[in-house]
Design a protein around this ligand. Structure first.
Ligand code: SF4
Length: 281
């Protein structure tokens, strides 16, 4: 199985995950895709970006994977939903890419973050990259919605220094309305991480009129506080930077008229988490 076609000409490095990328893996036969997913010898990446200070501790290299089973109404990277929109990348090429950054990441107390899309859609590929990163002494983070957390064995989890878990909404009905899927697998993954003492950050996106109910936020805050392994909560303001991708992909975007939350609303949400004893920003 080889990397094919025009995709090999596309640079893995992107200035930003907001670069739109589509159809880069379309040349690959379906049998190769299936065998890549099963073996992890090849994966699909939207891009690598460098120098991120917001995707984990220190300065990060972020590997943006493609493929996601959710359809969050506010997703700012819908081009990452489809596996084949990504660049087919042999695992050894991805490891070589990470090796280039190894020394710099150590100096900057950073590491590599696997984000997406949903990285656990390509769990075997990600596990190989996590294992290789740890062997190189690189701090590892996965940013995930947790839905496929059971795909990671306990031994796999030992190669993850930090899980950044997105908790999108509180209550199954609201969660399904926002993401298209049920909430319980995400919560079960959080509980399992807590039982194993794995460190976690929670990420919550504040969307006016959609996720800003104070009782719902308190529900997430109480759940997170009870886990005992949550080092930090990031309350992220909804923004419209991804809207053009919905338009370019001809997807129906329901949040056209939604404004980013005010500074005061953001602070109120942060305080709800802090009131439960959590470190929140
Ligand atoms: S889980 Fe992330 S990548 Fe998937 S739809 Fe939601 S916001 Fe987008």
């Amino acid at each position: 199985m080889a990397e094919q076609g025009a995709a090999t000409q596309v640079s893995l490095e992107a200035a930003s995950p907001f670069d739109i990328r589509v159809d880069l893996g379309n040349d690959l036969p379906e049998t190769d895709v299936r065998s890549a997913l099963a073996s992890g010898d090849m994966g699909f990446l939207h891009s690598f970006t460098t120098g991120s200070a917001v995707d984990g501790p220190g300065v990060r290299v972020v590997a943006w994977t493609t493929g996601c089973m959710w359809r969050c109404q506010y997703c700012h990277n819908p081009d990452t939903w489809t596996l084949r929109n990504g660049i087919p990348v042999a695992v050894n090429r991805a490891i070589d890419e990470l090796r280039k950054y190894r020394q710099g990441l150590k100096v900057m107390a950073g590491g590599v973050t696997f984000s997406g899309g949903e990285p656990l859609m390509q769990d075997r590929f990600i596990v190989k990259l996590l294992t290789a990163s740890k062997a190189m002494g690189i701090h590892t983070t996965i940013e995930t919605n947790g839905y496929l957390g059971e795909r990671l064995s306990d031994a796999d989890l030992d190669n993850v220094d930090l899980v950044m878990l997105g908790i999108k909404a509180w209550g199954d009905e609201r969660h399904r309305a926002l993401t298209g899927r049920e909430i319980e697998p995400t919560l079960a993954f959080a509980r399992r991480l807590a039982e194993r003492g794995r460190r976690m950050w929670v990420r919550f996106v504040l969307v006016p009129g959609l996720t800003d109910d104070a009782d719902d936020i308190a529900g997430i805050a109480q759940f997170a506080a009870a886990l005992g392994n949550v080092d930090r909560v990031d309350v992220l303001p909804f923004h419209q930077l991804g809207r053009y991708k919905w338009e370019r992909l001809k997807l129906h975007y329901a949040l056209n008229d939604v404004q980013p939350p005010s500074r005061e609303a953001l602070q109120r949400a942060v305080e709800i988490f802090r009131n439960e004893g959590l470190t929140a920003h």
